[in-house]
Design a protein. Structure first.
Length: 315
């Protein structure tokens, strides 16, 4: 396949009705994802810091996941939205590509760390769990998660030539000028960096559920809410894979076809991928009682505070 060139990328900047309508829909959806994700992830972080029952070692990993999703919703999604109205303003294509990759890798690495946490909790004794996940070790694991994410983004950028990126007037998105990058690099590097921790995560959960099903001791030896929370976290991991799958498939298709054939897919696969950053807190609030109660208490407290500040003055 011929390499993309600047002339091909910027050859068509016209905006017919169908294309403008699609862009408007995309901007609306990205705005909703950003707003919901910013609000809900902020609630998760505040709940963990404010309520003792949520300030546990396992919730530290959940907080880390919420931080990555919050930054993505608060900064990366608005930057991507801005690029629909200007041709790569201030080099935002380069910033957005690296930032989005970093926070996606942070999310999947955090999910892998969470699965290992639940694996040790379920398969080992309580004392072994406490010895494994000390405050120091939790800090080291979270630091490693971020270092691996930055390292993975750097590898993807260097090996696939992602810095050779420009703004496509047609799709209103950043596209790669594939230049000297080989097909194997374009496919294998990003996908392996994404799916390796995902497969490891699913392996840990498979071991947990197999052991829990065939051993009554593994379930009765731990609190029921620990086991229930493990199921919820597994669902979040599966949902992460589902929402990222279309973008991964598109990455493969793009290598073997022209970008014009995938214009709509490019737009909406990105939206589906970014949606992942907003849905996790919704799952917590819907399915995890401790988070749901914390959210309700915080929202009620805020309402009461507002009412207290507008009390009428009696003369």
């Amino acid at each position: 396949m011929d390499n993309l060139t600047m002339e091909e990328v910027n050859s068509d900047s016209s905006c017919d009705f169908a294309r403008c309508w699609t862009v408007a829909l995309q901007v609306t959806l990205l705005g909703l994802i950003s707003a919901v994700g910013t609000f809900s992830n902020s609630l998760v972080i505040l709940a963990i810091f404010l309520f003792d029952e949520l300030r546990t070692k396992a919730k530290s990993f959940v907080c880390n996941l919420a931080v990555a999703d919050l930054i993505l919703c608060l900064f990366v999604i608005p930057l991507r939205t801005m690029m629909m109205f200007a041709r790569q303003p201030f080099g935002l294509c380069h910033v957005t590509v690296v930032a989005q990759a970093t926070f996606v890798y942070t999310s999947i690495n955090t999910l892998a760390a969470i699965s290992y946490n639940r694996f040790v909790l379920t398969m080992k004794t309580r004392s072994q769990y406490e010895n494994t996940f000390t405050k120091r070790n939790v800090f080291l694991i979270l630091s490693t998660v971020w270092c691996l994410a930055f390292g993975a983004s750097f590898m993807a950028v260097m090996w696939t030539g992602a810095l050779n990126v420009t703004y496509d007037n047609k799709t209103r998105a950043c596209v790669f000028l594939r230049g000297n990058a080989t097909i194997s690099a374009l496919l294998m590097v990003p996908l392996s960096l994404l799916f390796s921790p995902l497969l490891l995560t699913l392996y840990f959960y498979a071991r947990i559920f197999y052991y829990a099903r065939h051993s009554a001791v593994s379930v009765t030896g731990h609190r029921p809410d620990d086991i229930s929370f493990t199921y919820k976290l597994c669902c979040i991991t599966i949902l992460f894979g589902i929402l990222n799958f279309p973008a991964c498939i598109l990455a493969v298709v793009q290598v073997f076809s022209s970008p014009d054939a995938n214009e709509v897919l490019i737009r909406f696969s990105i939206i589906i991928q970014l949606l992942n950053s907003a849905v996790n807190p919704v799952i917590y609030g819907w399915k995890v009682p401790k988070f749901r109660n914390a959210f309700i208490r915080m929202l009620r407290l805020n309402t009461c505070f507002k009412r207290a500040t507008v009390q009428p003055i009696n003369h």
